[in-house]
Design a protein around this ligand. Structure first.
Ligand code: FES
Length: 267
């Protein structure tokens, strides 16, 4: 009998006729995403060493309340519950976190890596039924398009952080002087990568052009659609690079603040 790729309700979990190392990718995704979540959670609860000179860690931006010069509305608010450890990041990190969690690309990849649904293409999964994203709780993933709007604001805030990262306080006169440090470049790259990720979002692609049957009579919309499609084609790359760089940016600011790393001035 000819070999078949059949994978269905009667297949054993993990059975497949694939000969390649299909498990490598989900394993890598599991390790990298888990590491990021553990690190970001740890960093978010620290509440210290998140700024250095004109730099603010992207995990803490925007700093609505806090003790750094970047704080918008002053120190820790009185209404913050005593039983929850205080950290400025806890006020804002849910938004970019849920934006990534509901991202169409990440959904496809962490469904495979974290609960084997399926483990990989044409590899049998550990359940007999398929409910997809049409029922609770996964139907909530549709909220992604709304987090896209919030993500735009975060891009603006992070761009403003880059602007602030260009102005260093003179240790003698106390005045702000223009400069570029390695940290400035780290924050610039962070915004570029997050911009490439956010502006290539599937929901944005639909919003700017996919919603229409015909784009030929709408030149602005057509151009926007092409730009978003261009970024969208490499959405996976932008997703991973921006994720890793956000973590690295926090590490950079943190280690400079702790005196472990020196922030070299270029200009
Ligand atoms: Fe990935 Fe929207 S689909 S950010």
């Amino acid at each position: 009998m000819a070999e078949t790729n059949y994978v269905g309700p009667f297949s054993r979990f993990g059975s497949t006729s694939r000969k390649d190392a299909w498990w490598v990718q989900p394993l890598l995704v599991f390790l990298v995403l888990s590491s990021f979540v553990v690190y970001a959670t740890w960093a978010a609860f620290q509440g210290k060493h998140y700024f250095y000179g004109p730099y603010l860690s992207p995990l803490y931006s925007p700093e609505l309340f806090g003790d750094s010069p970047h704080s918008w509305f002053g120190p820790r608010p009185d209404w913050w519950p005593q039983f929850i450890p205080w950290s400025p990041a806890l006020l804002i990190l849910w938004a970019p976190g849920l934006f990534r969690l509901t991202c169409y690309y990440y959904r496809g990849t962490y469904y495979k890596a974290f609960w084997a649904d399926p483990p990989s293409c044409t590899v049998s999964e550990p359940r007999k039924t398929y409910r997809g994203e049409h029922s609770f709780p996964l139907i909530l993933q549709n909220i992604h398009r709304y987090f896209l709007y919030i993500a735009f604001f975060f891009l603006i805030f992070l761009s403003y952080d880059v602007w602030r990262a260009l102005w260093f306080t003179d240790p003698v006169s106390g005045e702000k002087t223009f400069g570029i440090g390695i940290g400035t470049l780290v924050l610039v790259i962070n915004v570029v990568l997050l911009g490439g990720y956010t502006l290539g979002c599937h929901s944005l692609r639909h919003l700017v052009g996919g919603i229409r049957d015909r784009l030929s009579g709408a030149p602005v919309r057509r151009t926007a659609y092409r730009c978003v499609s261009c970024l969208n084609r490499r959405h996976m790359m932008w997703a991973w690079m921006s994720l890793l760089w956000v973590a690295f940016s926090d590490v950079y600011v943190r280690l400079c603040s702790m005196g472990v790393w020196t922030d070299w001035k270029i200009i």
